[in-house]
Ligand binder design. Structure first.
Ligand SMILES: Cc1ncc(COP(=O)(O)O)c(C=O)c1O
Length: 443
């Protein structure tokens, strides 16, 4: 289902760039920067090569390098700590709040040491990490926002990217605002930082001074075709976001009725705007078996993220071990992202919830019982990564696992035992509902 006639608009934009022959930076990128700065409510927006480079540029512009520490969550996409390490600095990990899955702010403040140079917060899954308490308690430390998943998300009327000193966005195709390749953005209210980022983007060349390199930067340029595509899609972003929000609200209603024990994303703070890049539930038992079961029914899901950052092999030099950040580890083992893309019809949401609420198939039984397999529609405009999974039917080996593992090891239901598993005794979070969380008790 197409919700807007975008392809002709995209076509016109691409033709315009081809006719102009200005393929890198140039007026198209400048116009996009102007338009997205207005959308985000930030004085400066600089189009760059991708979201990872946006993070690297933010760190470079702040002068962060060897010997410095940056406090950041243990649960995010790998690019967040990777950028810190690429700049020669050390990521200092902090656990997440298990209810919101955002960085635990109290722990972040407790990790400030003599070498701390910044916070790099992540607005995970399209909702804002509460930046204000960090800025209030440690005003000397800049806050870099990894807003790759949170374009248009808001806290107290301020949009992600304008909450800290520097905002970093990705336009990877799976993002709410995705281009047709790689793209990214750096935002800031600080004119000096903006000038610095603009210079670093083009090999440290000061604006208007060709062949004079005052800094060691790199090639971090955004190309004009991507900017032209993004300009078209930006005009539709709020409509798509509204559709995502409607889908998320519908999931909440359906789960409350059919599977009230399921742990849903915590309700956002009053006045916050959640843009639902992902809709992540927690599955205490056999998350992977449930995922395979859903795949066999034509329902694609995503894992964000199956391994917490402190246990990534490339970060072994940081000396962490299993157990260091228990909430991040539980999240890695239990989170499951459901399709939430704008084109998803109401019937598809009902089917997803019904499949999750139904008891797992009996041992040896056909996964999904007798109901006919009805694949969900793909989203041709948004390219959501979860949709990609929908287009790839499970292979033979996976289908075999569905009939055995899912059935044998989950006698009580996919989602039973949620509370105990997610908030084990001895964890820092009491078993009662955490503030702002939306946990339903068993009927
Ligand atoms: C939280 C987060 N940070 C950074 C990135 C990196 O963005 P990119 O893929 O554009 O380099 C992503 C992209 O997936 C992300 O989700």
């Amino acid at each position: 289902m197409r919700i807007l006639p975008i392809p002709p608009e995209l076509d016109a934009a691409v033709q315009r760039v081809l006719a102009s022959q200005e393929l890198i930076l140039g007026p198209e990128v400048a116009a996009f920067e102007h338009e997205i700065a207005a959308y985000l409510g930030t004085p400066h927006a600089i189009g760059v090569s991708n979201g990872t480079d946006a993070l690297i540029l933010a760190l470079m512009a702040l002068g962060i390098g060897p010997g410095d520490e940056v406090v950041t969550p243990a649960y995010s996409f790998f690019a967040t700590p990777e950028a810190i390490v690429r700049c020669g600095a050390r990521p200092v990990f902090v656990d997440i709040d298990p209810a919101t899955m955002q960085m635990d702010i109290d722990q972040a403040l407790a990790r400030i040491g003599p070498r701390t140079r910044a916070f790099c917060v992540v607005h995970l899954f399209g909702r804002c990490c509460p930046v204000r308490p960090l800025r209030a308690a440690a005003p000397q430390l800049p806050v870099i926002e990894d807003a790759a998943q949170a374009i248009g998300a808001e806290l107290d009327g301020v949009r992600a990217g304008a909450l800290g000193q520097v905002g970093c966005f990705s336009f990877f195709p799976s993002k709410n605002l995705g281009c047709l390749g790689d793209g990214g953005l750096v935002t800031t209210a600080d004119a000096t930082l903006a000038t610095q980022v603009r210079a670093l983007r083009v090999h440290g060349q000061a604006e208007g001074r060709r062949h004079e390199h005052t800094l060691i930067g790199g090639n971090f340029r955004l190309d004009a075709l991507q900017a032209a595509v993004l300009r078209v899609k930006l005009r539709h972003l709020d409509h798509w976001t509204a559709r995502r929000s409607a889908n998320a609200a519908r999931y909440r209603k359906l789960f409350a009725a059919a599977a009230p024990q399921v742990l849903l994303p915590a309700a956002t703070a009053p006045g916050a705007r959640d843009v639902h890049n992902q809709f992540v539930i927690r599955v205490a038992h056999d998350r992977d078996a449930l995922r395979e079961h859903l795949a066999a029914r034509g329902i694609g899901t995503g894992l964000y993220y199956p391994r917490p950052l402190h246990l990534q092999p490339a970060l072994a030099h940081l000396g962490h071990r299993a157990g260091d950040f228990p909430h991040a580890e539980r999240a890695a083992a239990t989170s499951l992202a459901l399709p939430v893309f704008p084109e998803l019809p109401a019937a598809a949401l009902e089917e997803v919830v019904a499949e999750i609420a139904a008891p797992p198939p009996a041992a040896g039984g056909r996964p999904g019982g007798d109901r006919a397999k009805r694949p969900l529609p793909s989203a041709p405009l948004e390219n959501n990564s979860i949709n990609w999974a929908l287009r790839r039917p499970p292979g033979k080996a996976q289908r075999r696992r569905n009939t055995v593992a899912g059935a044998a090891s989950s006698p009580a239901g996919w989602i039973d035992g949620q509370m105990d598993e997610l908030f084990p005794s001895g964890s820092s979070t009491p078993p009662g509902p955490a503030p702002g969380s939306e946990r339903h008790s068993r009927p």
